[in-house]
Design a protein around this ligand. Structure first.
Ligand code: NDP
Length: 451
């Protein structure tokens, strides 16, 4: 057996109940096979087995009190995966589906993504099975405070710097930062995604969505194509989806779908800037459901269907797909329908939104396929820029942050393309991203000896 196969088998045997983690490890490890020949020193130091084992896994009880006075308990997680190239860094997810396997898959991906950004950040991830949906602001605040009451001892601006993810936006970051500041008696850059008034960065809210579209534009340019006049399908309607819509509109494309966990809306006239303002207010202020968009703008609404189901079932023609909701949202059947309906480019705003079958179908059909760890790295890259501004105690202008974000996305694209070519896999962004991200981390691990 090869080193790679051994590592995958051991991961499955050790943690049999973590399918998402297995999927992420398999996807990365299989593309790393050629590095075992080029870098026998990595094999000798057993880097491959060491990199799939988190540095530290923290699980904790989060007791809090709801509005009716009931005591509620959730489970908190922080998986500090790898800090070879910088302090641990990665988001927090609050969603009922959260479990250790999901946090490990996200933390593992984060290692390679953060390495690709060129910034000095290690990989980690955390969260809870608490779902902010349907909770009052007071309940969310009490939960965030209880969560921080344990998390605070494991994080710090030079140790581990969490940020947002599904279910964790500006409101939640504010409650957690405020509580950390209170109990530590220090105002430091311990979290990113902060509001501007207390140390946030301009363009951080927009960064993941914008970055994903910048990455897609780079992929399209390799075939002398661009967004002008293209029909774009976007899933989700949260932070990443919202700003992906904004950037596609700016580049002349037309977005026709958005969804949430209850429904998909289809607006063939396009989600223009005015309609997007309605979505931002609906989702970020009123915390309503996307179906209200259909009532307001007389668009089609499909209850209980994902955007990808709707495109397949209705046979809708699209040019570009930007999945921005959650893991494994595009299955093989829906990927085949996307190809059949003319899709030429898929850039992942979400983490691992395409199942392994879907990825295979995109690659076999010559679709420009940008995996999440490259295409959505703009969010964490701009978090890195927020950390730099916090350390310098300075704030950069919108233009400065946006131009740095754009440059980083171009450099990630270049690294993917060049590394794929170097390893004889021209046009394979998965191999390019994985090997480029891995090599830097592996070299740093090697330099430290066995620690
Ligand atoms: P948000 O919570 O802001 O939005 C998530 C959106 O996806 C919501 O519309 C949500 O619907 C929908 N969604 C979540 N789970 C499901 C599901 N199981 N089925 C259908 N729809 C679902 O999160 P973000 O926009 O921040 O994150 C979206 C994706 O992007 C995630 O994969 C995240 O890991 C990834 N990402 C985020 C980054 C960031 O900076 N925020 C950075 C890099 C990646 P509902 O409201 O009904 O739950």
């Amino acid at each position: 057996m090869s080193v790679i196969k051994d590592v995958i088998a051991k991961v499955k045997q050790t943690d049999p109940d973590q399918p998402e983690f297995h999927q992420a490890v398999e996807e990365v490890m299989e593309t790393l096979e050629p590095t075992t020949k080029r870098h026998p020193e990595f094999v000798k130091a057993n880097i491959y087995e060491r990199i799939v084992e988190p540095e530290r896994t923290i699980m904790f009880r989060v007791p809090w009190v709801d509005d009716k006075g009931n005591v509620r308990v959730n489970r908190g997680f922080r998986v500090q995966f790898n800090n070879a190239i910088g302090p641990f860094k990665g988001g927090l997810r609050f969603h009922s589906s959260v479990n250790l396997g999901i946090i490990k898959f996200l933390g593992f991906e984060q290692i390679f993504k953060n390495s690709l950004t060129t910034l000095p950040m290690g990989g980690s991830k955390g969260g809870s099975d608490f779902d902010p949906k349907g909770k009052s602001d007071g309940e969310v605040m009490r939960f965030c405070q209880a969560f921080t009451r344990e998390l605070f001892r494991h994080i710090g601006p030079e140790t581990d710097v969490p940020a947002g993810d599904i279910g964790v936006g500006g409101r939640e970051i504010g409650y957690m930062f405020g509580y950390y500041k209170k109990i530590r008696n220090e105002h430091t850059g311990v979290l990113t995604g902060k509001a501007l008034e207390y140390g946030g960065s301009l363009v951080r809210p927009e960064a993941t969505g914008y970055g994903c579209v910048y990455f897609a534009a780079e992929m399209l340019a390799t075939r002398k194509l661009d967004f002008k006049g293209k029909i774009v399908a976007i899933s989700g309607s949260g932070n990443v989806a919202q700003y992906a819509v904004e950037k596609v509109n700016q580049l002349g494309g037309k977005v026709i779908t958005l969804c949430d966990s209850n429904a998909t809306i289809m607006d063939e006239k396009g989600i223009d800037p005015k309609k997007l303002d309605f979505v931002l207010d609906l989702k970020n202020v009123k915390r309503g459901r996307i179906s209200e968009y259909a009532d307001k703008f007389k668009a089609a609404c499909y209850e209980g269907k994902s955007a990808w189901d709707v495109i397949r079932e209705q046979g809708i023609k699209i040019d570009i797909a930007l999945p921005c909701a959650t893991q494994n949202e595009i299955n093989g059947k829906n990927a085949a329908a996307l190809v059949k309906n003319g899709c030429i480019c898929v850039a992942e705003g979400a983490n691992m939104p395409s199942s392994p079958e879907a990825v295979k179908i995109f690659q076999e059909n010559n679709v420009l396929y940008g995996p999440g760890k490259a295409a959505n790295a703009g969010g964490v890259a701009t978090s890195g820029l927020e950390m730099s501004q916090n350390s310098q105690k300075l704030s950069w202008t919108r233009e400065e942050v946006d131009s740095r974000l754009h440059l980083i996305m171009k450099s990630i694209h270049k690294a993917c393309v060049e590394t794929a070519e170097e390893y004889g896999r021209k046009g394979d962004y998965v191999t390019g991203a994985n090997i480029a991200g891995f090599t830097k981390v592996a070299k740093a691990m090697l330099a430290y000896g066995i620690v």
